[in-house]
Design a protein around this ligand. Sequence first.
Ligand SMILES: C[S@@+](CC[C@H](N)C(=O)[O-])C[C@H]1O[C@@H](n2cnc3c(N)ncnc32)[C@H](O)[C@@H]1O
Length: 189
Amino acid sequence: MAAWWMTDTAPYPYSQRWLLDLPLPFLSLRRLDRMLMPSPGMRVLEIGPGTGLQSLHVAPQLGERGRLDVVDVQQPMLDHVSARAAKLGVGNIVPTLADAHSLPFEDETFDAAYLVTAIGEIPEPAVTLGELRRVLKPAGRLVVGEFFDRHQIRPARLIAHADSARLHVTQIIGPPFAYYAALRPCGAA
Ligand SMILES: C[S@@+](CC[C@H](N)C(=O)[O-])C[C@H]1O[C@@H](n2cnc3c(N)ncnc32)[C@H](O)[C@@H]1O
């Protein structure tokens, strides 16, 4: 049982979605803004939106000409985000059902990307970081938020994975158990 608990890689269950709406200490939306710097007209990618806690905050900041693509392996999560967006009149969220190990986007598509409490759930995080590196524009930025749970990727491990994906960590805020990291493609100005 303990071994299963530590090694299980199933995505977060939709049946426990209510927990995702609770704000996490240190991983506030204000801190996400500080790291991601969303602005009108940007095209942004979110992996693992869950019920849309971050999506519904970020998308309105991108304006009518901007767009937030949300990618999840679970269709019920995407449907949940879309329903909430429709209710709130947020019209620039585009859902895509896909696995973050292989992103269905052209190279250099996005100005920015982010994942909050999602990368630790992905079985091969370095592969996903490589995919994010590929779909980010050369001057794009990536924000990873991680919180203390059984899937958490600690900062040192994130830095090692990032190196292998030709990304570098430029800033980390928050304690190691609940942090946001900002990453840039290597070679970016
Ligand atoms: C713990 S939830 C986080 C939700 C939201 N970001 C939040 O902080 O409330 C993790 C999300 O990542 C998604 N996910 C897990 N593995 C994935 C994968 N391989 N590709 C895409 N999404 C994945 C899950 O379906 C779930 O929606």
